[in-house]
Design a protein around this ligand. Structure first.
Ligand SMILES: NC(=O)c1ccc[n+]([C@@H]2O[C@H](COP(=O)([O-])OP(=O)(O)OC[C@H]3O[C@@H](n4cnc5c(N)ncnc54)[C@H](O)[C@@H]3O)[C@@H](O)[C@H]2O)c1
Length: 248
């Protein structure tokens, strides 16, 4: 399987803050040319702070605009080596109070946008290159049906857990399809990570085998492995970065 050489061209969605910003920073530090993509205007400041190449302000649920932006990055740089789908939203309503608006937002952001971002990265650039690395950021919520305390205010919601489970299986599906073209597709499933999304939540981390919140940098380390030269025989897998939350 071809191994991308540095500097690789990388896109990280949801990278204005939190885990996505840490992933983008880690890739920049590894010598990659990184394009940040987020709906927050502060994505430009983040790109400047970490030394990224460019920032694109857009909503990943606007699928035609998302696909156009991804393909244009590949056109502009002459290749597209890495795509990390990290943009995510997490409703926390109880099942009784779950609204269609929350369902659609969380499914569109966490699952639908991931599917069509992968499509735009593979066709045409990664397929033409016969190489590429895709990492989709899911969640252990997609493995165990939502994490956090049993208090509905803290537990990640039904739409989120369903969408993240879908992202894990979507990843497996695409991995079977694109392996012949030298493209790997993997999922990273974080547990409770100290980021703006998790702020104020009670995740009961004292019950975990590793009894603390994880850091965005610890998730970024897993992504760096999966997009790097040592992971050429790894595809369709789901790596838990969760302090043992799935075991607990
Ligand atoms: N923090 C955790 O404990 C945790 C646990 C498991 C999984 N995750 C996942 O990790 C990823 C990053 O989460 P985080 O904790 O850094 O959250 P965060 O809220 O701090 O960051 C998410 C980023 O995604 C962006 N985003 C959201 N919707 C978007 C859209 N429609 N278009 C473009 N950008 C959009 C936000 O603006 C933000 O910059 C998410 O996919 C999340 O589901 C987080």
């Amino acid at each position: 399987m071809p191994v991308p050489t540095s500097p690789r061209i990388a896109i990280v969605t949801g990278s204005a803050q939190g885990i996505g910003a840490a992933i983008a920073e880690r890739l920049v530090q590894g010598g990659d040319r990184v394009v940040l993509l987020d709906l927050l205007p502060s994505v430009s400041d983040t790109a400047e702070r970490i030394g990224a190449d460019d920032a694109i302000e857009l909503d990943v649920t606007d699928i035609p605009t998302l696909q156009k932006a991804i393909r244009e990055v590949g056109d502009r740089y002459g290749s597209l080596d890495t795509l990390v789908n990290c943009a995510g939203t997490c409703g926390r309503e109880s099942f009784e109070e779950l609204s269609l608006a929350t369902w659609n937002r969380d499914v569109n952001t966490n699952l639908t946008a991931t599917a069509f971002a992968c499509q735009a990265a593979v066709f045409p650039h990664m397929k033409r290159q016969q190489s590429g690395r895709i990492v989709n950021i899911a969640s252990v919520s997609g493995k165990v049906g939502g994490i956090g305390s049993t208090d509905a205010l803290n537990r990640s919601g039904a739409a989120y857990a369903s969408a993240k489970a879908g992202a894990i299986n979507l990843t497996r599906w695409i991995a079977r399809d694109v392996g012949d073209w030298g493209i790997t597709v993997n999922t990273v499933a974080p547990g409770p990570i100290a980021s703006p999304m998790a702020a104020g939540g009670d995740y009961g981390v004292d019950r975990l085998p590793i009894a603390r919140m994880g850091t965005p940098a610890e998730v970024a380390g897993a992504v760096a492995y999966l997009v790097g030269p040592d992971s050429g025989y790894t595809t369709g897998t789901c790596m838990h970065i969760d302090g043992g939350a799935v075991l607990a």
